[in-house]
Design a protein around this ligand. Structure first.
Ligand SMILES: *Cc1c(COP(=O)(O)O)cnc(C)c1O
Length: 337
């Protein structure tokens, strides 16, 4: 019996079709920039995002790191939400490896940064201060979609203050699925955008940074420095191309599944779910730690995997079908019955 793993959308297995194109991929040495399949993936995402260039990297963390290091020099700062991945979940990479200073702000309920608060932390040019250089946004954030109106407002605001904008679009395709727009409609409101192929898109490895030629040239150098220059990586890029061709349309299924699961669990008094926050492929389920732990144990017996916590994140993906969702809701109800 296959497990229903709700811990993350990173747990997907490469499909048969994906494994086939990986096995058949034409490859070269990408550090010499002669891997045709990597080039094809980079060209494809550059075009989709409306940027001049793109760079394939091993992970979203490395993509964000090389982006931050390419935008900011030593002693310059990036303004970032304190719950955003680029601050909280990247082991302090930008300050540790690049001497780039994070200026954090609380993230608003809708996943945005309040632009008045951003304005209040931008430093004047004075020897006492780090130089404010970059505004870092995230879309989606905790499954929440940031509107194009906000993105445009934030971008225009940043430009008016002389800041560049980096968008952590690890799940940008989930965002544009809900926004019902093209990737370029979103990416136009940032100078660089990082996209994960290994989340909802279902590739085993990889992210792509999209930006202008100068930023990508810098990013390529930083990628080499941090050990991300790969050789016959066309095998991995082929999975990414396949994911972009085959797995973007189906993201809507994950979003529908998350909504259905939330609806089915709404009547359980021990669980608290804010339906309005279920906008893409995740739902957040609140309870106490003891209940979460015994619920996780119960579900484990039925091959359903969740991480117990007071606020649990249950994530839909390629390997969770709508009948799986029905099965999960039945087992959760059974536990509380
Ligand atoms: C997963 C994720 C990343 C990083 O991706 P990895 O490939 O796991 O390093 C960056 N930003 C966000 C918002 C993510 O969810």
């Amino acid at each position: 019996m296959k497990a229903i793993d709700l811990r993350s959308d990173t747990v997907t297995q490469p499909t048969e079709g994906m494994r086939k194109v990986m096995a058949a991929a034409a490859v070269g040495d990408d550090v010499f920039q002669d891997d045709p399949t990597v080039k094809k993936l980079e060209d494809k995402l550059a075009e989709m995002s409306g940027k001049a260039d793109a760079l394939f990297v091993p992970s979203g963390t490395m993509s964000n790191l090389v982006a931050l290091l390419s935008h900011c020099q030593r002693g310059e700062e990036y303004i970032v939400g304190q719950g955003y991945h680029t601050y909280l979940y990247e082991a302090g990479g930008a300050p540790v490896l690049g001497s780039v200073i994070p200026q954090t702000l609380p993230v608003e309920k809708d996943g945005t940064l309040d632009l008045d608060k951003v304005a209040s932390v931008i430093k004047v040019d004075d020897v006492h201060f780090a130089r404010s250089k970059l505004l870092c946004l995230e879309n989606t954030h905790n499954g929440k979609v940031i509107s194009l109106e906000y993105m445009q407002k934030a971008y225009d605001f940043a430009k008016s203050k002389g800041l560049s904008v980096h968008l952590d679009g690890a799940r940008a395709f989930n965002a544009i699925t809900e926004l019902n727009c093209e990737l370029s409609d979103l990416a136009q409101h940032a100078d660089s955008v990082s996209i994960c192929l290994s989340k909802g898109l279902g590739a085993p490895v990889g992210s792509v940074l999209c930006a202008d030629k100068e930023i990508i040239q810098w990013a390529r150098r930083w990628r080499k420095m941090v050990g991300g220059g790969m050789r016959q990586s066309g095998v991995l890029a082929a999975a990414g191309i396949y994911a972009l061709d085959e797995h973007v349309q189906r993201l809507a299924i994950d979003h529908a599944n998350a909504k259905v699961l939330a609806e089915r669990l709404l009547g359980i008094p021990q669980l608290s779910i804010n339906k309005d926050l279920v906008q893409t492929n995740m739902l957040f389920v609140k309870t106490d730690m003891e209940t979460a732990t015994s619920l996780a144990n119960h579900l484990k017996q039925h091959n359903i995997i969740i991480i117990p916590s007071e606020t649990m994140r249950w994530v839909m993906h390629l390997d969770v079908s709508s009948s799986d969702v029905k099965f999960v809701s039945e087992k959760v109800k059974e536990f509380f019955a």
